[in-house]
Design a protein around this ligand. Structure first.
Ligand code: AMP
Ligand code: MG
Length: 490
């Protein structure tokens, strides 16, 4: 392994995580791969990070994205964490990922650069530390789609195929994804620190996270309570944003919840087509723990696990600490509801929410469910005032609802044009439809044809554009592809 390559690319690392106690990470170099081949590069993201696209595409650049070379100043660590998976506590850690460093962008922002699928680490347990091409491309598509929808998320800089195959249910081409995140500190990282019952380590992690993500909180004595408050707010907002676009994460384990408030770890996630609150896509989620309607409840459950880890820091008196944390957690519902109702109001062109608006919103959702209407396309139709011949729109119940909604809009001072503009900004014309994502992955994985994925990414690059060529991507899947299931851990 060579150290000290390729300054010209723009890698500019300043690694702060390694200043934490050593239990939080392991030094870990990625395992080199046989024949790295760059199959997709996120050029706008590269430029945002201060990286030169041409250099990344060169042999030396690709070697770094594959984990075959380590750029100067890299940290190369795997992070330790724990987590509640489907409700049960486990010790975990980056079993197939290496943080190569914290990139300081030209705007002086700090981002983790992580290689996912880069080989075994001390946290791999029995697994191979590798990732398959399909799931890495899937993470690329979904994370970039969320980003373009304006939803906080980790992002994807590149996918490199390894030239090696990995064994899952069958042989699959291996790949490495370069993930970019505000940080990879998770609720599970705090659970890890808490499990050691070493208050100094816990405090070191909390102070580090405060400094990195919440510098405005400062050094006051009540900083850990304020920290909890801010994390609750960020998560309430994030989940409300997911709900508004019909996004289902699929595995909201506490190790997949980032303290920064970004969406992270896209395994069996998907966007809902037909509106059904009980929708579950993940093949391993047999009881529907992580269904669409459960996401806010699960977020609150995860935040309770987070709050528990902070109890020794919040107050010296155990009881007081518990009361203080509980009073913060109790605010979650209100904060979430507030984001959600205002957001849903915007989707209906309502500028200032009034008390009866919740009934208008809920009634629409009930009708969508009853008539099996597509979530995204219903809001698109309302935005454009163009109603196709589907069951929902031809029902008398919808007619009645529509009259009530129009009356409500006519009572606000904003013009219908202003309402429509608000709706356009909040109702995507396209989402990454599952069958489109599958088509893109199939072409790439089975035929090495990346053009389908590139077209899809292009269509998704401005989901609120309402262009003609987006229409084709709003078409629903043929009935045979339902019910859609996705698989994780691959
Ligand atoms: P995930 O379901 O992707 O959130 O992963 C849960 C845990 O399993 C994390 O600690 C991962 O690092 C680990 N993991 C997933 N796939 C692999 C793999 N192929 N090799 C080693 N560890 C893995
Ligand atoms: Mg994970």
């Amino acid at each position: 392994m060579n150290i000290g390559v390729d300054k010209d690319t723009g890698w500019n690392f300043d690694n702060s995580y390694i200043n934490l106690p050593e239990s939080f990470y392991s030094r870990q170099e990625p395992d080199p791969v046989q024949r790295p081949n760059l199959v997709i590069l996120n050029k706008p993201l590269a430029s945002f990070l201060g990286l030169k696209e041409k250099k990344l595409q060169s042999g030396a650049g690709i070697d770094i994205l594959a984990g075959n070379e380590i750029p100067e100043g890299a940290a190369f660590i795997s992070q330790a964490y724990a987590g509640h998976q489907f409700g049960y506590f486990t010790m975990l850690g980056d079993g197939r990922a290496v943080l190569i460093g914290e990139q300081i962008t030209p705007q002086k922002k700090r981002f983790d650069i992580q290689l996912k699928g880069s080989g075994r680490t001390p946290y791999s347990r029995g697994d191979d530390g590798r990732a398959a091409l399909g799931p890495m491309l899937r993470e690329y598509i979904i994370s970039e789609a969320l980003f373009n929808l304006g939803i906080p998320t980790t992002r994807s800089l590149a996918v490199v195929t390894t030239g090696e195959s990995i064994i899952r249910e069958r042989r699959l081409p291996g790949a490495v994804l370069t993930r970019v995140a505000k940080s990879h500190i998770r609720v599970g990282t705090f659970e890890f620190a808490s499990a050691y019952e070493d208050i100094e380590q816990l405090q070191a992690l909390a102070d580090y996270t405060l400094k990195r993500h919440f510098p405005n909180i400062g050094n006051s004595k009540d900083r850990y309570l304020l920290f909890l408050r801010e994390v609750i707010k960020l998560q309430a907002k994030l989940i409300a944003r997911w709900q508004m676009v019909g996004f289902i994460h699929g595995v909201m384990n506490t190790d997949n919840m980032a303290i920064s408030g970004e969406s992270i770890d896209f395994g069996p996630c998907a966007f809902m087509d037909v509106y059904d609150p009980e929708t579950v896509f993940s093949s391993i989620d047999r009881r529907g723990r992580y269904s669409y309607e459960n996401q806010p409840k699960i977020a609150k459950w995860n935040l309770a696990r987070f709050a528990e880890t902070l109890l020794p820091l919040i107050h010296d008196d155990k009881e007081q600490s518990l009361n203080l944390a509980n009073s913060e957690l109790a605010k979650f519902d209100h904060i979430y509801d507030d984001y959600w109702i205002n957001g849903m109001g915007s989707k209906l062109g309502i500028f200032n929410i009034e008390s009866d608006d919740i009934n208008i919103i809920n009634k629409l959702l009930i009708l969508m469910h009853k008539y099996g209407a597509d979530y995204t396309n219903t809001f698109k139709a309302l935005t454009m005032g163009q109603f196709t011949n589907i069951e929902l729109f031809i029902s008398t119940e919808f007619d009645k609802w529509h009259d009530k909604w129009r009356m409500r809009l006519s009572r606000q001072e904003q013009t219908p044009e202003e309402s429509m503009r608000l709706m356009k900004k909040n109702n995507p014309a396209v989402i990454p439809r599952n069958h489109r994502v599958e088509d893109a992955l199939e072409a790439a994985v089975d035929e090495g044809d990346y053009s389908v994925m590139e077209r899809l990414l292009n269509i998704l690059s401005d989901p609120y554009a309402y262009t003609k060529d987006q229409d084709e991507y709003s078409i629903l899947p043929p009935p045979s592809t339902c019910p859609y299931k996705t698989f994780c851990g691959t």
